[in-house]
Design a protein around this ligand. Structure first.
Ligand SMILES: Cc1cc2nc3c(=O)[nH]c(=O)nc-3n(C[C@H](O)[C@H](O)[C@H](O)COP(=O)(O)OP(=O)(O)OC[C@H]3O[C@@H](n4cnc5c(N)ncnc54)[C@H](O)[C@@H]3O)c2cc1C
Length: 176
């Protein structure tokens, strides 16, 4: 996974606003043809100077491969949006349970960062599944919030297990 920080090339604040959970459309030129892919904004809307997108490198993937292997700091990217109605701003209900896996954590990162930036009073629970430790998009920057409760689960074992493994069940227990 790589996280890209996108800023206004003209300087200053972003030329758009967004809600936590929304995504951008990135267009890259490969073999002279424009190819579009969607990437969820993982940063918080409270940050007006940049957005961050976290991209998983898909083996043989056109756009994720381009972003991972060819894009350098300072390059211009064609990006449009934001779009999407899978959003949570804290007004919808009084607590939230987020369930995600792998790079699907990206909208949840934005939601959690936004809620904690705004000192949202509700409880935030996160159940997060990864195939293996390297799949995690959070890494160093996983500081979602001390206020958020995070439960991680891996489907494969690791040498220093710190989180339960197996699949979550409806009653909250887990099955290996
Ligand atoms: C709303 C939304 C939000 C998203 N947010 C994120 C995000 O935050 N982060 C993220 O990483 N991704 C996100 N995605 C996924 C992202 O949009 C891309 O689909 C992903 O990056 C793969 O694109 P790609 O061009 O790299 O791969 P593609 O070129 O589309 O290929 C995908 C896979 O299919 C295989 N493939 C392609 N063509 C063929 C073929 N002809 N035969 C057999 N196999 C083939 C490739 O080898 C590759 O493994 C999101 C998608 C949606 C819909």
């Amino acid at each position: 996974m790589k996280t890209f920080r996108l800023m206004n090339p003209l300087g200053g604040v972003l030329p758009f606003t967004f809600l936590p959970g929304q995504f951008l459309t990135l267009t890259v030129l490969t073999d002279g043809k424009p190819v579009k892919r969607l990437y969820t904004i993982a940063s918080s809307p409270t940050q007006h100077d940049y957005v961050e997108v976290t991209v998983k490198h898909e083996a043989g993937g056109v756009v994720s491969g381009y972003l991972h292997d060819r894009v350098k700091e300072g390059d211009l990217l064609d990006c449009s949006g934001p779009t999407g109605s899978f959003v949570f701003t804290g007004r919808e209900c009084k607590c939230i349970l987020l369930i995600g896996g792998g790079v699907g954590i990206t909208p949840m990162m934005s939601v959690i960062r936004y809620l904690t930036d705004r000192a949202w009073a509700g409880d935030v629970y996160l159940i997060y599944g990864v195939h293996a430790p390297r799949t995690s998009s959070s890494g160093r920057r996983s500081s979602t919030s001390p206020a958020a409760t995070r439960t991680s689960a891996r489907s494969s074992p690791c040498r220093t297990p710190r989180a339960p493994t197996g699949r979550a069940r409806r009653d909250g227990s887990r099955r290996s």
